[in-house]
Design a protein around this ligand. Structure first.
Ligand SMILES: [Zn+2]
Length: 437
């Protein structure tokens, strides 16, 4: 949902979640096929006007996603092809002999060179979010958020570039392994500090029990049912309503900073049973260790990406180094070559990360359904209603093309989730629930 620079590392419910599509889909299919035999199914439905808007809005967003990806690759190719990378490197070299001071000049300039051309896309997306009632953020506040995001991008980009080039210079043939090893504690550290350092740069967080003790009381029924003790001081309300209309809640952080965050928009729009289900879903991410699992999954992908980067860089520099003015892997001008390879890898790997995310989201849905069963009347209907509301507010696509779902969807589609909620009832079938016994 709400994509922005804060994506960096945090696994938020919306953009986390990457999954084994086949098992999730098999699950859903099984229930979808069997369910009509037993009960009257309700579908995710929008009124005709909203339906038309939802389809139009999603189709533009899908197109923009691919445009952005390809544009990102084109920018890196352009920076290399027009010799901008080589010129920026020469500028840094003319200023100082020290490689790391050169990096302090080169990396921020490269970040600006590659980020600025994406600004029109960002502006257009924000315009779209406003037109379709998803964003209520003014252009001033939006620009300020962009500026902060760019600052973080320069800061982290420069730190990573210095570590990378230090390792390339130190170990020209094994740097990609060292770089991978060095990135593991760094990623863990970023996930750790994000909720306490980065997130508060963009939003205000209030302990949930300050304004909504009734929500805490409802939520505690859910935590107790799950045999879990999420301390009250780990539950926060986020002031999303200043910026967006969409509903969300997520689990973030790691170790001592792990917490559950509920957007104020969600609290305002949902009934207490809806909130209990939403919270139950988030608790599922928490209990099922989705953050550490995803960190491990991303570490594996990063290992492959760095190896591809190492091999691909050698190959590209040999063939195109002369034309691009890149002298070798340890040349600062080679940084966009590595970024190009890693971006291409990330683009091609999108269906894999989406599938991973969908799988975790589906597990969290199962957990949410199980944990509120017996706590609220008609728990399956409550869950289906929550999804319906989520879809209405977000103008979720009622009929996503299968290719788009496969490639991009980090959650099962709302239609699938509504159907699944109504058809999942192991208790009535004499089966054991999967997660909450
Ligand atoms: Zn989730």
């Amino acid at each position: 949902m709400n994509a922005d620079k804060r994506r960096l590392t945090t696994k938020r419910c919306s953009d986390i979640c990457v999954h084994l599509r086949s098992s999730a889909v098999a699950f859903v299919l099984l229930f979808v096929l069997a369910a009509p035999l037993f009960c009257q199914q309700r579908e995710y439905k929008l009124n005709p006007q909203d339906r038309e808007r939802a389809i139009k809005f999603s189709r533009i967003k899908y197109t923009m996603h691919f445009v952005d990806e390809i544009w990102g690759l084109a920018i890196l190719l352009g920076v290399l092809g027009f010799g901008l990378s080589a010129r920026t490197r020469s500028l840094a070299e003319s200023a100082t002999q020290r490689w790391w001071v050169q990096g302090l000049i080169f990396a921020p300039l490269l970040t600006l060179l590659t980020d600025l051309p994406t600004l029109p896309n960002e502006v257009y997306l924000q315009h779209l979010e406003r037109v379709y009632g998803q964003s209520v953020q003014g252009w001033g506040a939006w620009s300020w958020d962009q500026a902060k995001g760019e600052f973080l991008s320069i800061l982290f980009g420069t730190v990573f570039a210095l570590i990378l080039f230090g390792l390339i210079r130190w170990s020209p043939r094994r740097w990609w392994i060292w770089c991978w090893l060095a990135s593991l504690p760094l990623i863990a550290f970023l996930v750790f500090i994000t909720p306490v350092v980065i997130d508060p740069m963009f939003h205000k967080f209030t302990p949930l029990n300050v304004k909504h003790p009734e929500v805490v009381a409802a939520v505690q029924k859910v935590t107790r049912r799950g045999g879990l003790d999420i301390p009250v001081d780990r539950m926060f309300e986020m002031d999303a309503s200043e910026d967006v209309t969409s509903l969300n809640a997520y689990v973030t952080g790691f170790g001592a900073t792990k917490r559950v965050v509920v957007w104020d928009t969600t609290i305002a729009r949902c009934t207490l049973p809806d909130l209990m289900f939403t919270f139950g879903h988030e608790q599922g991410h928490y209990v099922l260790h989705h953050i550490p699992k995803t960190m491990a999954f991303l570490a594996v992908l990063l290992f492959v990406a760095l190896y591809v980067g190492f091999r691909g860089m050698a190959w590209l520099i040999e063939d195109y180094g002369g034309r691009w003015g890149v002298r070798g892997q340890s040349d600062w001008a080679a940084l966009p070559v590595l970024l190009l390879l890693m971006s291409a890898f990330g683009f091609i790997g999108e269906p894999v990360t989406s599938a991973w995310s969908r799988h975790q989201e589906h597990e969290a849905d199962i957990y949410g359904l199980e944990v509120i069963h017996g706590l609220v009347p008609n728990s399956q209907t409550v869950a289906a209603d929550s999804f319906q509301l989520l879809g209405e507010v977000a103008l979720a696509d009622p009929d996503p093309p299968p290719f788009i779902e496969f490639w991009l969807y980090d959650h099962p589609s709302i239609g699938e989730r509504v159907r699944f909620a109504q058809s999942y009832h192991p208790w009535d079938e004499g089966k054991s629930p999967e997660f909450v016994k």
